[in-house]
Design a protein around this ligand. Structure first.
Ligand SMILES: [Zn+2]
Length: 139
């Protein structure tokens, strides 16, 4: 049990290091875009603008990952890590290695996804029926 968590902690710390590196790389490449240089070409400006947005987007995703890692590390500290929030069982190490941020065991996750899928389907059906069907089109 403790070994299991130690292994995950090492894995998460490594993941955090990699993510931080990735963020730094993105930030560096974003700041490398020459600013204030009058190129005059509107297309160039538009494309560098898009690059910057892409960089920010990637950064957002990496930041989100970092947040998840920190949260997982905090849960390790508090002794909540690797425990299913639904049924309280130990989440198998195999699953944690694939999904280090898993909050639920496979069974509970499947149950939750089933309910979510049902809710989604229900909402989709509802929105479909709200679309007025025009069946007197003389085409
Ligand atoms: Zn569970």
């Amino acid at each position: 049990m403790v070994e299991r968590i130690d292994e995950m902690k090492a894995l998460l710390l490594k993941l955090k290091e990699e993510t931080l590196k990735e963020i730094n790389k993105t930030m560096k490449s974003t700041s490398e875009i020459p600013s204030g240089e009058p190129s005059g070409d509107i297309y160039d400006q538009a494309s560098s603008e898009r690059d910057r947005e892409l960089g920010l987007l990637l950064n957002d995703r990496e930041r989100e990952k970092l947040r998840n890692i920190d949260e997982a590390l905090l849960r390790i500290q508090e002794g909540d890590y690797g425990i299913c929030e639904e049924c309280g069982c130990d989440i198998p190490i195999g699953r944690l290695k694939v999904m280090p941020f898993a909050h639920y065991c496979v069974k509970c996750k499947e149950d939750i996804e089933k309910i979510q899928a049902q809710t989604k389907r229900f909402e989709e059906e509802k929105s479909y029926s709200e679309i007025p069907i025009n069946d007197d089109e003389d085409m």
